[in-house]
Design a protein around this ligand. Structure first.
Ligand code: DAH
Length: 372
């Protein structure tokens, strides 16, 4: 058996030599001071204060020393490790403070910068007013019906009792898309929303109470009062025991809902192939209520001092139309109307020029968005 190694000199264990411990400590402190970021400091901490750092490895050597030397070496290494640990903590705190200060500067929001770099669009007033017009009829119990903008000539004309030589069927009024061929109906851009009447009757069970808002097309030049693309709101009622009084009541309720209570309506005799009898619908001028008529000193710009404003056409559905749609005309009758959406917008909101409605300037739409 050998004697305990009492003569073991810690100074002989290189890692525990005071100079070596001081060197490891100074190297660690220098690396900590040089760490320029939290990431760098993390690496420095692992290298100089981690389990495999030179000082940690030196610490392990202490166990092998003779008891008399342990305390001295332990104090030396422990002191160095504490110093390094504190230096890491202090550097960590300093770097965190630096980072927080930098984030405050870099992520600062300048609330005085302009906010509208992506300006909002606006719904077009024609869309909004068509919805309002539709809503008034929906409130009376009508449903909304639809039809295509590219329409079969049969729906646009024939089923509505336009005879083959009717002037509306000429090139002067209608955009033709496809000529008739092999007994098939030709295609047109629908010249009115009335073909939806026939589609609604073919699609639905009776009774039918529908309105059909939609885009329509005619070969007009664009000017202050005409546009080749415009909009209508069609209405159709087919039921038992329907009379013109119901039509008058529905139109009057619409006018009062749209333009103001108490306004009167009037029907003037007219002609449409799909209604018999037919009428033009006028409403009392909602601005002067007739007070400007015959008074040149107090003219009304809204109705040109006529006292009445024309808003559309209407009539009792021609039995030929009902027959084309397969409706039993002994049992059912009905009425229909067609209102101009552009005209309604012009009068309701004082838009003077039709071109403003089609040019698509968002400032025009935005101006009305808040009103309608
Ligand atoms: N379709 C007609 C036009 O575009 C308007 C019209 C008149 C529609 C009388 C109707 C109606 O439903 O009954 O001029």
């Amino acid at each position: 058996m050998s004697a305990p190694n009492n003569s073991y000199d810690p100074v002989e264990v290189t890692a525990l030599h005071p100079d070596e411990v001081a060197r490891m400590r100074d190297e660690a402190l220098a690396a900590i001071a040089a760490a320029a970021s939290l990431d760098e400091l993390k690496e420095v901490r692992l290298a100089h204060a981690g389990d495999r750092s030179p000082l940690a490895l030196a610490n392990r050597e202490i166990g092998a020393l003779p008891p008399a030397a342990k305390a001295d070496a332990g104090k030396r290494v422990g002191g160095a490790r504490r110093e390094v640990g504190e230096a890491v903590k202090a550097r960590q705190a300093a770097l965190e403070e630096e980072r927080d200060a930098r984030v405050l500067v870099e992520e600062a929001v300048d609330v005085t910068l302009p906010w509208d770099r992506a300006p909002r669009g606006a719904r077009h007033p024609l869309t909004t007013i068509a919805e309002r017009m539709t809503d008034i009829f929906v409130g009376m119990g009508f449903e909304v019906a639809e039809g295509p903008e590219v329409e079969a000539e049969w729906f646009n004309f024939d089923a509505l009792n336009f005879l083959p030589d009717h002037p509306a069927r000429t090139m002067q009024d209608t955009f033709f898309v496809e000529a008739p061929s092999g007994g098939e109906s030709g295609l047109v851009l629908r010249t009115h929303t009335s073909p939806v009447q026939v589609r609604a009757l073919l699609d639905r069970d009776l009774p039918v109470y529908v309105v059909a808002p939609g885009r329509t097309f005619r070969t007009d030049e664009l000017d202050a009062t005409h546009s080749p693309v415009f909009h209508q709101l069609e209405g159709l009622v087919v039921d038992e025991g329907i009379t013109l009084a119901h039509l008058r009541g529905a139109i009057t309720a619409f006018v009062q809902g749209m333009f103001g209570s108490g306004l009167r309506t009037r029907f003037r005799p007219s002609y449409f192939p799909f209604t018999e009898p037919s009428a033009e619908v006028d409403m009392e001028c909602f601005v002067c209520r007739g007070a400007s008529v015959g008074r040149p000193e107090a003219p009304c710009r809204t109705c040109s001092s006529e006292g009445w404003i024309e808003i559309g056409g209407c009539g009792v559905v021609n039995p030929r139309v009902l027959t084309a749609a397969g409706v039993d005309t002994d049992r059912y009758s009905g009425w229909a109307f067609g209102l101009g959406v552009e005209r309604t917008l012009m009068f309701a909101r004082g838009v003077k020029d039709m071109r403003d409605m089609v040019e698509g300037d968002v400032r025009f739409a935005s101006a009305f968005e808040r009103e309608i």
